[in-house]
Design a protein around this ligand. Structure first.
Ligand SMILES: *[C@@H]1O[C@H](CO)[C@@H](O)[C@H](O)[C@H]1NC(C)=O
Ligand SMILES: *[C@@H]1O[C@H](CO)[C@@H](O)[C@H](O)[C@H]1NC(C)=O
Ligand SMILES: *[C@@H]1O[C@H](CO)[C@@H](O)[C@H](O)[C@H]1NC(C)=O
Length: 531
């Protein structure tokens, strides 16, 4: 795994950087103490899940509906009640289409009842017939708002469904509403000035992550049967991790990004962005991706069985990057348990590795994410630094349309490597090199286990002090590889922990095989605040 053949400035970390790192760690500790004083209450309690159907995998709910064991209308009513029960505490569900959904559920039930198709035919042709689902407020759903958390877009209504929504509807699934995101989906806490801030179902004092944060929370709280998110730096996987569910970012270019806002204007950024499923059960990931990938689905050979004993497991416990937190001991322990289990149970070859270049994850992502279009132009009418500074002052007194983090991101537009610069090109090369390291290592049977994030869900606003902690997810987007976040129970603070499972291009099925195995063995999603 040496990267010596490529000239990357791998100089030893400078003393100054080390000192800064220690200072930052100390400050983060002090800050955490104050956060815990500020938020250190019980948080808000959410009611227990009263209906067993909400605990079932989506494929099982679908089976029961088409076999007339339960109606689609009944499932939908249960979801609506659950959303209403939890949303005052979680503020994660932002717009509904319950009436239309009820009409569609009635039609689904009628279609099943009148026997036009047998249950076997339905399973083939409409595998999710009558199953309610949700998506984030940046994936277009015809007739609903499409704000991406940007005040400038608060009145924008989608006049067409995103490709993924249409594909799922064609297979019978019923979209019931939208969930919350950060401003322009560019941060890992879901907060904006249209809908406010979403709260973690395991502890409402904590973040839900972002950008598919509202979706992570509603899935964890079992308010809809499955969800759809999108991910350009961890936006499916961080919320999945913080909320203890499964989330999959597909191989690059397999799922159409059409209908997602903001639109990526280059092929490179389209390769980073993946729309994928978010679920409480690993078994749902494969059938959902198979639909969402549309005509690309055959390239993923999802029906080809995976022999788990033939897999090669590589794992790395930390990226040791200078500006990210050390990985939480609970997460390291969970990863070790997984490795031990796979080794003992299946005699799989496992190998701990250290890809040095992962230390550069953040600079690679930051540089290669730069586009011609500036972030600022998408969240503000005005241009120039002056406008951002004015808005920052307004923000401080609570009368800005923009969030603090949105404004800071607008400033960071102008810092670091600029689009097309020498530095930008250099990081593109580093990215290419890292991709080669990964594809060579993974081959046809390799799987790479890696922390999803260094720590369980932090307090609200705490991400501001941990800006670069999403380096673990972001780098996988740069590489375009498929990756699943797998929940592994709750850590010592009662918050979900887990890991991500990466495989080679178009080998999403390996991620699913491992995710399903770990779901069976380690218990997967756990009902929040169950006591
Ligand atoms: C939520 O977190 C706070 C602060 O850390 C803690 O005091 C409280 O017990 C937690 N609540 C639950 C339900 O775990
Ligand atoms: C069965 O119900 C569906 C949905 O309401 C309808 O489109 C179809 O025409 C019906 N078929 C029969 C044979 O009644
Ligand atoms: C996350 O960020 C905080 C603050 O910057 C840092 O102290 C912590 O070590 C980071 N953790 C990881 C694992 O990146």
């Amino acid at each position: 795994m040496s990267s010596t053949e490529f000239k990357i400035k791998n100089s030893p970390i400078k003393l100054k950087v080390r000192v800064l790192h220690v200072v930052r760690l100390v400050l983060a500790r002090i800050a955490r103490f104050f956060f815990s004083l500020y938020y250190g209450t019980e948080g808000v309690k959410i009611p227990a899940i009263s209906d067993d159907i909400l605990k079932q995998p989506a494929i099982e709910v679908a089976r029961r509906i088409r076999n007339k064991e339960i109606t689609s209308v009944k499932v939908l009513q249960i979801c609506i009640k659950r959303i209403k029960d939890v949303n005052s505490a979680l503020n994660c569900f932002v717009e509904d289409r319950f009436e239309l959904a009820l009409k569609e559920a009635h039609e689904a039930d009628e279609f099943i009842r009148n026997g036009t198709k047998t249950s076997e035919q339905l399973e083939k042709e409409k595998p999710f017939l009558g199953v309610p689902f949700t998506t984030k407020d940046c994936i277009a759903v015809k007739g609903l708002h499409h704000t991406a958390g940007v005040m400038l877009r608060k009145d924008v209504v989608a006049d067409q469904d995103a490709d993924v929504i249409r594909l799922l509807q064609e297979k019978g699934a019923i979209i019931i509403g939208l969930t919350n995101v950060p401003e322009l989906c560019m941060w890992w806490e879901s907060h904006n000035h249209i809908h406010g801030r979403s709260n973690n179902p395991y502890n409402t004092t904590r973040i839900v992550g972002g950008s598919s944060g509202g979706e992570g929370a509603i899935q964890a709280a079992a308010g809809s049967i499955f969800g759809v998110g999108s991910d350009i730096g961890g936006s499916i996987r961080m919320p999945a991790f913080f909320n203890g569910i499964f989330g999959h970012k597909p191989s690059k270019f397999m799922v159409s990004n059409k209908g997602q806002y903001p639109i990526q204007d280059s092929e490179l950024l389209n390769s980073f962005l993946g729309i994928g499923p978010m679920t409480r059960h690993a078994v749902d990931l494969k059938p959902l991706l198979s639909i969402m990938a549309g005509e690309n689905s055959p390239k993923l050979k999802l029906d080809q069985p995976v022999d788990i004993t033939k897999l090669k497991i590589y794992y790395q416990l930390s990226n040791d990057a200078p500006l990210t937190d050390p990985v939480d001991p609970d997460i390291k322990m969970a990863m070790r348990r997984v490795v031990e289990y796979l080794k003992l149970q299946y005699s799989i070859k496992t190998e701990e590795i250290k890809i040095q270049l992962l230390q550069k994850s953040m600079p690679i992502w930051m540089a290669t994410m730069k586009e011609k279009t500036r972030f600022q132009s998408l969240i503000m009418k005005k241009t120039g630094v002056g406008a951002v500074l004015t808005e920052l002052v307004k923000n401080a007194i609570g009368c800005s349309d923009n969030t603090l983090i949105g404004l800071l991101t607008a400033i960071s537009d102008r810092t670091g490597a600029q689009f097309g610069s020498e530095k930008y090109k250099y990081y593109l090369k580093v990215r290419d090199h890292l991709e080669k390291i990964f594809t060579d290592m993974l081959g046809e049977n390799g799987v790479f286990l890696y922390p999803t994030h260094p720590t369980p869900a932090p307090y609200h606003n705490e991400p501001l002090l941990k800006a670069f902690n999403f380096s673990y997810t972001a780098i996988i987007n740069c590489l375009g590889l498929p990756v699943t976040t797998v929940p592994l129970g709750l850590g010592r603070e009662g918050l979900p922990i887990g890991i991500q499972v990466v495989s080679n291009h178009n080998n999403d099925r390996l991620c699913f095989a491992v995710a399903e195995e770990l779901d069976r063995t380690f218990g997967g999603w756990v009902e929040p605040q169950k006591s």
